[in-house]
Design a binder for this molecule. Structure first.
Ligand code: NAI
Ligand SMILES: CC(C)c1ccc(C(=O)O)c(O)c1O
Length: 252
């Protein structure tokens, strides 16, 4: 699949890895539909994509809201006339131990802390894939859906909610690749390890050093390295149903 003129929806496209992937794909001539919660961030990201050489439009939409996702997909189809790809990238962290003991009292991970992450990182991926997939079939468009999982899918301490969602997303990549192949839609995953983002940039140098010491390559990944993998997945038409691990060799 060639990136030039392909219409690709990127959720969480307003900042971080989503924005990096958007700019990278825009530089290769893709037409981006950027989805996020905040209009101003989206506008800045869309302007950066245009400056990089691609077309881009922005859509305010909560991926965990069924009605908003349906409306967004209809609007993208009407604005661009086609949909060739989706990157399920929007995600949140609400870390916490399942149980902890403080001053003789047991504190439990709250249901809202659990549910908020499942809603965005798992249900959001389901809703976007279902509705984008349906629209692609309706329009007769073929293409690729990429799910952003995480190295945490293997089970990371303090991340019951996040690990469960990211493991779910990895499993769904296999399920949907098998189900959607008959429509000419491939489904792939990327499981990043620690990547240089604003969050890691704000960490204390000692904490950063400790974290990178455990990575065989002794450094974090760069957002462009994730974007490069996304471009590869679009272009390699034999890739489906697998999750690409991009973690510098780290195992949690
Ligand atoms: N940064 C890292 O080191 C790693 C990131 N990941 C995954 O990569 C993806 C992107 O992560 P980052 O760029 O670091 O995060 P980020 O927090 O910088 O960006 C996430 C974006 O998603 C948007 N978003 C959150 N909830 C949303 C919702 N309900 N509807 C629409 N948009 C929503 C946010 O507004 C934000 O713009 C996430 O799925 C994350 O789990 C995975 C492994 C490592
Ligand atoms: C624990 C993993 C590597 C991790 C770290 C940081 C973020 C983030 O800032 O969003 C993640 O999403 C992760 O999966």
């Amino acid at each position: 699949m060639q990136l030039k003129d392909s219409v690709i929806i990127i959720t969480g496209g307003g900042q971080g890895l989503g924005r990096s992937m958007a700019e990278f794909l825009a530089a290769r001539g893709a037409r981006l539909a950027l989805v996020d919660l905040d209009q101003q961030r989206l506008d800045e990201a869309a302007a950066a994509c245009k400056a990089a050489g691609g077309d881009a439009r922005s859509y305010v939409c909560n991926v965990a809201n069924e009605e908003q996702v349906g409306d967004m997909v209809n609007q993208v189809a009407s604005d661009f006339g086609a949909i060739n790809g989706l990157i399920n990238n929007a995600g949140i962290l609400r870390d916490g131990l399942l149980l902890k003991s403080k001053d003789g009292q047991i504190q439990k991970l709250s249901l809202s802390q659990w549910q908020s992450v499942i809603d965005v990182n798992l249900t959001g991926v389901f809703l976007c894939t279902r509705d984008v997939g349906a629209k692609m079939i309706e329009l007769g468009n073929q293409g690729l859906i990429i799910n952003i999982s995480s190295i945490s899918r293997a089970g990371n301490i303090g991340q019951s909610n996040y690990s469960a969602a990211k493991a779910g997303v990895a499993a769904l990549t296999v399920v949907w690749a098998r189900e959607l192949a008959r429509f000419g839609i491939r489904v792939a995953g990327i499981a990043p390890g620690f990547i240089e983002t604003e969050m890691t940039a704000s960490m204390k140098p000692e904490a950063l050093e400790k974290m990178t010491a455990g990575i065989p390559l002794k450094r974090m990944g760069k957002p462009d390295e994730i974007a490069h993998s996304a471009a590869y997945l679009f272009e390699n038409e034999f890739y489906t149903g697998r999750v690409l691990e991009l973690d510098g060799g780290l195992r949690l």
